[in-house]
Design a protein around this ligand. Structure first.
Ligand SMILES: *Cc1c(COP(=O)(O)O)cnc(C)c1O
Length: 723
């Protein structure tokens, strides 16, 4: 399908279609520039979508590029680079098991809106690093035609969720077709009928990502909507999606002849995959030979499960009757009693009113499990202790792999230039602490120049976006030309507006905040961004408060709310911020990753010691200068929520007033020497550990490899026994 409108490319530019269809352009700047260079306005307008760009760009533009020697040279270089990248030898560690990584969301590039937030971006960064490291991994997810919502605020600060319908043929995707050229179909038992889905493939460097799409004529009308929106609809809709992701995902591998040794469940949404994988093996052995529960137990050796949140609402629960309606027939085919199947998702099997919890299923159907930071591992062990009542809390078998970010995706070109010069060409391919020690040698003036230019880009982008935002609402927008000051200390708070993240903590002391904003000797400015889930009323109320404060003419030039937080906005903000602010209620932030992106660009984190920051602050903070600031009011279980908020807000203002502002503005020598020392300290110690190359390598060594070996052993033992 995608080929059709690409035939309009002049022969000498045909390589553009090859480059467009591999998402490596998302983290390979020279390739992305080839698209942007053709028509920068259209590139923005299409939401950075090279397929649409090539389909819609003027013929004259293409012909001009075809006649431009320098363009053709750059194009040839990019193609050669991609071919070399794809051909690069497999991981030097050798014999890495083949892995299927299942996730409800993937955040890879702006134009593929199949993610909501941190979980998806992490999954996307996981695939990118697996590709860079040549780990034999495939991704499995869903193709949501309407994606996640786009955020618009009205004049009163009320959030409106807009959905845009995406056409797969206008995205960098390929259809998986059979030998007759028809879509490969996957089918699963589904209540009293069968649900079908076709498969789209996104190539993420070397890693294929298979996306299931229920919008096929074989389905009845309402079933075609199963993959309409990410996290849209009710609990029934969610169950349908999770059945397709888990059961359909494993069936898709079989339909495509993809063999894997290990499956990795990224969050509980995908837990049915472990059930289907066991079922396939039981069917292969002959149903009569194996009881389902034994088969599931044995297959669990090859299942890795990562849990991502300590917030109760982040775990899926399905009422038993609902589950039975959709899964009854499937479970019957497993020769399993319904009651036993239900007990896999219950804490108390005998409690008929207890709903079925996907997290419990995932914990039981996997032999290896982990949280996403050291603190979150500990919190998870306490949270799920009841499933292992005979073990002490410390012995609960949930470990941790601390999250990271994909550095080539998130580091600004200006910083990448410095890293290339001072750390070496391989700074991002091989981000070991050893290389990053050389950050000591980056001259203060060079660091400060880069920081100033990135802040200026942020200011520019905020002005443009804010203007568009006001004009859409029909509001006066001329003042946006003077919004923000490229020389002022720039503090960013950009994240989901979930209540535990406490977006309004600064607003709890409005006089103190206003005093900071109005101090002419130490200019400071704040940029806020983030979406609240359409059903999260309290989260939307926080949005309204921030919006109201941001629209106040008294300080609207220094305190901005930017709507439509997405990967493109995130990139500008993490690259341009001087300070990355994070104030979650401990211990609800499992990890957080945006602060890692900021530090990799020389930003300083100002954060509650929760998630990754708790670990960074104690283990990766050994230099002469601290890597940022930790808001340490302490956690006192005897405090009420209000008292805890007050204590944290006080500690936050204290730090802003006595350290953050004074250190930034001590620029008598032309640059803030102590600030730059902290930047260097953060650059030296944060990205060298908090990156997805390290993270994926840790999954390979601690989880994938042992899982692959144990699974092979379990299968062999079984084969010998049943002969
Ligand atoms: C990195 C990122 C996130 C996750 O950041 P947190 O620190 O978990 O808030 C969410 N959304 C986008 C668009 C991102 O780029």
């Amino acid at each position: 399908m995608t080929e059709i409108h690409l035939t309009r490319l002049p022969p000498s530019l045909e390589a553009l279609s090859v480059l467009a269809l591999n998402l490596r352009w998302g983290w390979h700047a020279p390739t992305r520039e080839l698209f942007e260079r053709l028509d920068p306005v259209l590139w923005e307008h299409t939401g950075h979508n090279p397929i649409r760009l090539l389909a819609e760009v003027d013929r004259a533009v293409l012909e001009r590029a075809a006649a431009d020697e320098s363009y053709r040279t750059a194009l040839r270089a990019a193609l050669t680079d991609l071919e070399a990248y794809l051909a690069r030898a497999a991981s030097p560690r050798g014999d890495v098991p083949r892995v299927a990584y299942l996730s409800a969301e993937f955040g890879l590039v702006e134009c593929l809106q199949i993610f909501a937030g941190g979980l998806g971006v992490l999954a996307g960064d996981h695939l990118k690093s697996a590709s860079d490291l040549a780990v034999p991994l495939v991704g499995i997810g869903l193709f949501y035609r309407e994606g996640y919502f786009t955020q618009e605020l009205d004049e009163e600060g009320r959030q409106h969720a807009r959905y845009r319908v995406a056409e797969p043929a206008r995205l960098p995707l390929r259809a998986e077709l059979d030998s007759d050229g028809k879509p490969v179909l996957v089918s699963i038992p589904f209540a009293d009928r069968t649900l079908h889905a076709r498969i789209w493939r996104a190539d993420v460097g070397r890693v294929p990502l298979y996306l299931l799409d229920s919008n096929v004529p074989e389905n009845r009308e309402d079933d075609r909507q199963v993959t309409d929106r990410l996290y849209g609809g009710d609990v029934e809709h969610r169950l349908k999606q999770e059945m397709l992701l888990g059961i359909g995902g494993i069936r898709a591998l079989a339909a495509l002849n993809v063999t894997v040794d290990v499956i990795h469940l990224n969050e509980g949404h995908a837990a049915f995959a472990a059930v289907e994988r066991a079922a396939q093996r039981i069917r292969r052995a002959g149903n009569e030979k194996v009881a389902f529960r034994d088969g599931l137990q044995r297959a669990s050796q090859g299942v890795v499960y990562t849990t991502h949140t300590p917030v109760p609402a982040g775990h899926d629960y399905f009422p038993a009757e609902l589950l039975k309606r959709y899964m009854g027939a499937y479970v019957w085919e497993l020769h399993e009693t319904w009651d036993h199947f239900l007990s896999l998702g219950r804490e108390n099997a005998a409690d008929a009113s207890e709903p079925f919890c996907m997290t419990l299923l995932a914990l039981r159907a996997s032999a290896r499990r982990n949280g996403v930071s050291r603190l979150h591992g500990k919190v998870s062990r306490a949270m799920w202790h009841s499933i292992w009542p005979n073990l002490s809390e410390d012995e609960v078998p949930i470990g941790h792999v601390t999250n990271g970010v994909h550095l080539p995706t998130w580091v600004a070109p200006a910083m990448a230039d410095l890293y290339r010069e001072y750390l070496g060409e391989s700074w991002s391919d091989d981000p070991k602490p050893f290389h990053w020690r050389r950050a000591e040698q980056i001259p203060a003036a060079a660091l400060w120049t880069a920081r100033n230019s990135l802040r200026a880009k942020l200011v520019d982008s905020v002005r443009r976006r804010l203007r568009a935002q006001l004009e859409r609402r029909g509001q006066e927008a001329s003042w946006t030309e003077e919004v923000l000051d490229p020389g002022a200390l720039t503090i960013v708070f950009a994240r989901r507006f979930a209540t535990y993240k406490r977006a309004t903590l600064l607003l709890s002391q409005p006089e103190r905040l206003t005093r900071l904003l109005n101090d002419p000797t130490r200019p400071v400015q704040f940029v806020f961004a983030g979406k609240a889930h359409p059903k999260d009323e309290p989260g939307q109320a926080l949005l309204r408060q921030i919006h109201e404060f941001a629209m106040d003419p008294a300080h609207r030039r220094r305190f901005v709310f930017l709507e439509g937080y997405d990967v493109a906005v995130a990139r500008t903000l993490v690259q341009g911020a001087d300070v990355w602010l994070n104030v979650p209620l401990r211990p609800y932030e499992a990890s957080g990753t945006s602060g890692m992106k900021s530090a990799a660009n020389g930003g300083l984190n100002l954060s509650i010691p929760d998630g990754w920051w708790a670990e960074a602050w104690t283990d990766h903070n050994r230099g002469d200068a601290p890597i940022g600031w930790s808001i340490e009011a302490g956690l006192d279980a005897s405090l009420t929520r209000e008292q805890q908020d007050r204590a944290d807000a006080n500690a936050l203002f204290e730090l802003l007033e006595s350290e953050v502002l004074p250190i930034f503005h001590a620029q008598a020598s032309g640059l803030p020497a102590e600030w730059v020392e902290r930047m260097r300290s953060a650059i030296r110690q944060v990205p060298s550990f908090f990156n997805t190359h390290r993270m994926v390598a840790e999954y390979v060594e601690k989880y994938y490899r042992p899982a692959g070996l144990a699974d092979a052993r379990a299968q062999q033992l079984f084969a010998e026994r049943t002969g």
